[in-house]
Design a protein around this ligand. Structure first.
Ligand code: CTP
Length: 400
């Protein structure tokens, strides 16, 4: 691990997982980082300042003032000092305050004034983690560019089993190393279209046909391409996600609207990533009034939608086109057939048979398939998958 000379401000909040901040601090120090620790008042109940001061070789900061001599702990200079603010563990309470901009302790004021990258490793009970309020706060923070280090599934301090256990110190340290690695703007000057989310096909003014796509994978790709300097147009169907930083989002509803927006943006682009779950069929004649129920069955005639990816593939020229395939059987054969039919340069295959892959979740397990072969990636977060896809896009562009 390479963190020589990097300045990491480690924020510790009041969670049982605070004991893991000790090995985390050691790992960061061993990798060469200078670590300073800010604790919330409650965190002191879970791990002693003496332990953290000994490991970090700096006094611990908790209060705005030193009560002994009145010395002022400046949150602004702490934020300026740090190359990265890492909050591990981050409790539901601290996440909520961060999202709301509450500034009632030194760690929170430091967060609000920090200009460096911020990473959070949540730790909490599974129900607290899954609660809509917490999930909303995480989305808010992610939308503001805070990096989320996903908690893991496993046995929790409560004795329950589920998602909420703080990521292992090794994973957190590796995440910070990756975050601080000099990210060159390797895609600056390039333009991309990314489609994401589910389309909505109206049956009548109140009902529609759609699917389970959350949009997370496409949003992660759009964010990653933008982070590497690309100009990104995100053509988005229905999702609950905030637009990633520095991405131009065009909201659409139906497959027909997505077709128009994506083809228009593709004209000026260097490539497109087709991540949306586009309806293959749409009601042929959507009613302009709410359909009233009757006693007999209702038949709705569905008409094929236009295939956006195939349309872009047919006229792509030397532009790059990346597709997705979500399959339940004969995965590789189906994906290869789509690669050919839609003229993709490579296709990202999701198998719904793999645990942790596919809709809604924060993880994915994919294979990248092109005409020369196939690369199977392990289970990883959707953000990490997005980085691997962006790496592959860079390789393809460099080979042209
Ligand atoms: N796609 C598209 N426009 C459509 C349908 C699909 O752009 N109208 C894109 C998707 O974004 C994805 C790829 O094509 O990149 C998926 O291929 P597709 O054959 O449509 O997958 P399925 O809809 O799952 O098809 P099938 O029912 O044949 O499995």
């Amino acid at each position: 691990m390479e963190l020589e000379g990097r300045r990491i401000l480690l924020g510790i909040t009041g969670s049982i997982a605070a004991y893991k901040a000790a090995p985390l601090c050691r790992l960061l120090k061993t990798a060469g980082a200078d670590v300073r620790v800010v604790m919330t008042p409650l965190a002191k109940q879970f791990i002693t300042p003496l332990t953290m001061a000994t490991l970090s070789k700096h006094p611990i900061l908790v209060e705005f003032f030193d009560p002994e001599n009145g010395a002022w702990n400046s949150h602004i200079s702490l934020g300026e000092w740090a190359d990265c603010l890492l909050i591990a563990p981050a409790t539901a309470n601290t996440l909520a305050k961060m999202a709301a901009g509450i500034a009632d302790n030194l760690l929170l004021t430091t967060y609000l004034s920090a200009r460096c990258p911020v990473a959070i490793a949540p730790a909490m009970d599974l129900d607290m983690y899954a609660h809509p309020a917490t999930q909303q706060n995480l989305r808010t923070l992610a939308g503001r560019g805070v990096h989320l280090i996903d908690p893991e599934e496993g046995e929790l301090a409560s004795g329950l089993t589920g998602k909420g256990r703080m990521a292992d110190p090794e994973r957190i340290a590796a995440f910070v190393e990756e975050l601080l690695r000099e990210k060159k703007k390797t895609l600056s000057g390039k333009r991309f279209v990314v489609t994401a989310g589910a389309t909505i096909e109206p049956i009548d003014p109140v009902r529609f046909i759609s699917n389970h796509s959350s949009g997370k994978m496409g949003y992660a790709i759009a964010g990653e391409l933008a982070r590497r300097g690309a100009e990104v147009t995100l053509v988005s169907g229905r999702t609950a996600l905030p637009a990633p930083l520095d991405v131009r989002r065009v909201d659409v509803l139906s497959a027909a609207e997505m077709y128009d927006a994506a083809t228009a943006a593709f004209d000026r682009a260097d490539g497109a990533v087709m991540c949306a779950a586009v309806a293959d069929y749409t009601p042929a004649e959507p009613a302009d009034r709410k359909l009233k129920k009757g006693d007999s069955d209702l038949r709705i005639v569905l008409r094929r939608t236009r295939d956006i990816a195939a349309a872009l593939g047919a006229r792509k020229g030397d532009r790059l086109l990346v597709g997705f395939a979500l399959e339940t059987d004969h995965e590789a054969d189906n994906a290869r057939a789509k690669l050919e039919k839609k003229n993709f340069d490579f296709i990202v295959l999701n198998s719904l048979r793999d645990a942790g892959a596919g809709f809604r979740g924060d993880t994915n397990k994919v294979s990248l398939i092109d005409r020369a072969g196939r690369t199977d990636l392990p289970l990883m977060s959707k953000t990490e998958v997005a980085a691997r896809i962006a790496d592959r896009i860079e390789e393809e562009l460099a080979a042209r």
